[in-house]
Design a protein around this ligand. Structure first.
Ligand SMILES: Cc1cc2nc3c(=O)[nH]c(=O)nc-3n(C[C@H](O)[C@H](O)[C@H](O)COP(=O)(O)OP(=O)(O)OC[C@H]3O[C@@H](n4cnc5c(N)ncnc54)[C@H](O)[C@@H]3O)c2cc1C
Length: 379
């Protein structure tokens, strides 16, 4: 449960100084939660806060819990939906139209003979789902023989709005200090000493390295980098209303590897496919790569019916890192008081509030200097 802690009401004896490196969704949401728990937080970013070049800065990101292969993960992930609702109320208030979470649901395609098992996992985890037929969503293409599972307590976060509202909330809080344009050149994992590019130093009782795919320059953890191309589409006028209430969708297209995020809330429709996701060695936005080829591949993935009625508004690429051993996200304690989210994974928005929970928990259960057992966590 997230509660607002007014300045002065925090238990000062247990107040800690937290330094967060990176103001993407992980860093900002963790900073908000730490401030709410009564701690003092400094957030550093190499660019503006929020930074349009971060991997979090985009129109939208999907939030869903269902993972039929992993019932326990599904149960844990269901909590993330509630965390986001709480954060929305805290950061945006409850006035209609001011929020950042469009609860339009998330639809996933499943082979007809697997759909019942997927629904059973959902029921076991307490998720509200509905089985649907492809013809209920005539503008989305499913693989032949597939049916849909519609997760109702799920939807789309307006990602850049999340970042702006969190940054604004922190900027107005006396216990938070935002330091944009402060590239960090090193973090001493033993001492928690954070050295900025200008030679100045920040120290905290706990340091979180949340530099997204750029974290590998600060902490030596084996990660694999992925680059994905996305195509943004304008829908024909007569379909605008349909798309405004449509769910996010995954496991769609001719081969069941595609996904889409619907328009609405001031965004345009976005499509991509796992076939346009590749391993790369560097996060180089200027890398000379044939983006046109990747976007053509996405357009050919048969994701929408009547594709020729849509116009391409933009093509963008984005990166994310995963743990080299597990292929998922991790949160690792890399020193006595230093934690790293070097791998945020392909679902870093969904899990950001859970990372914040872990960091607040670590602060709550330890005395300074922190004594926390080292370990890898796949939150
Ligand atoms: C195509 C694509 C689709 C995705 N879809 C989804 C989805 O539907 N749902 C979902 O939950 N997730 C999704 N993700 C994953 C999600 O976007 C990321 O996991 C998440 O945004 C990572 O956030 P972060 O805060 O960890 O890193 P980032 O957002 O990259 O933030 C890192 C910040 O650290 C700063 N920084 C880096 N190095 C330094 C330094 N040395 N000094 C100071 N500052 C530094 C950067 O400027 C940046 O602002 C998707 C990712 C991609 C690529």
């Amino acid at each position: 449960m997230i509660t607002d802690t007014r300045p002065g009401t925090a238990r000062r004896a247990s107040r800690r100084r937290v330094v967060v490196v990176g103001a993407g969704v992980t860093g900002l949401i963790t900073a908000v939660r730490c401030v709410l728990a009564g701690h003092r937080v400094t957030v550093l970013d190499r660019g503006a806060i929020p930074h349009p070049g971060s991997s979090s800065f985009d129109q939208h990101r999907a939030i869903r819990a269902l993972d039929p292969a992993d019932p326990e993960r599904t149960r844990r992930a269901a909590l993330a939906h509630h965390r986001w609702l709480e954060l929305e109320t805290l950061l945006c208030g409850s006035r209609p139209g001011t929020g950042f979470y469009r609860r339009v649901g998330v639809l996933t395609g499943w082979p007809g003979d697997e759909v019942t098992a997927a629904a059973a996992v959902a029921a076991h985890a307490g998720l509200s789902v509905k089985l649907v037929e492809p013809d209920e969503f005539p503008h989305i293409r499913f693989p032949v023989g597939f049916r849909g599972v519609l997760e109702l307590d799920a939807g789309v976060l307006l990602a850049d709005r999340v970042l702006w509202t969190a940054a604004r909330w922190l900027a107005g809080h006396p216990e938070a200090r935002l330091r944009p344009w402060c590239p960090v050149s090193s973090v001493d994992t033993e001492t928690g000493r954070v050295v900025l590019a200008d030679g100045t130093v920040e120290r905290g009782d706990l340091v979180l390295i949340a530099g997204g795919p750029w974290s590998r320059a600060l902490v030596d953890l084996p990660t694999v980098l992925h680059r994905q191309t996305m195509v943004y589409l304008r829908s024909p006028d007569e379909l605008t209303r349909w798309w405004d209430t449509a769910p996010s969708a995954g496991r769609i297209g001719a081969d069941g590897r595609a996904w889409l995020l619907p328009s609405g809330g001031g965004t345009v429709l976005k499509i991509s496919t796992d076939a346009a996701c590749r391993e790369v060695s560097t996060v180089d936005d200027r890398a000379d790569e044939d983006e046109l080829r990747w976007s053509e591949r996405i357009m050919a993935a048969d994701i929408l019916t009547d594709m020729d009625r849509y116009t391409v508004a933009a093509v963008k690429r984005c990166h994310y890192a995963v743990d080299a051993h597990t292929g998922t996200a991790h949160l690792v304690r890399v020193g006595p008081a230093v934690w790293a989210r070097a791998a945020s994974g392909g679902d870093g928005f969904r899990t950001a509030p859970l990372v914040a929970d872990r960091i607040v928990d670590a602060l709550r259960h330890t005395q300074s200097p922190l004594r926390i057992s080292t370990g890898r966590n796949t939150t």
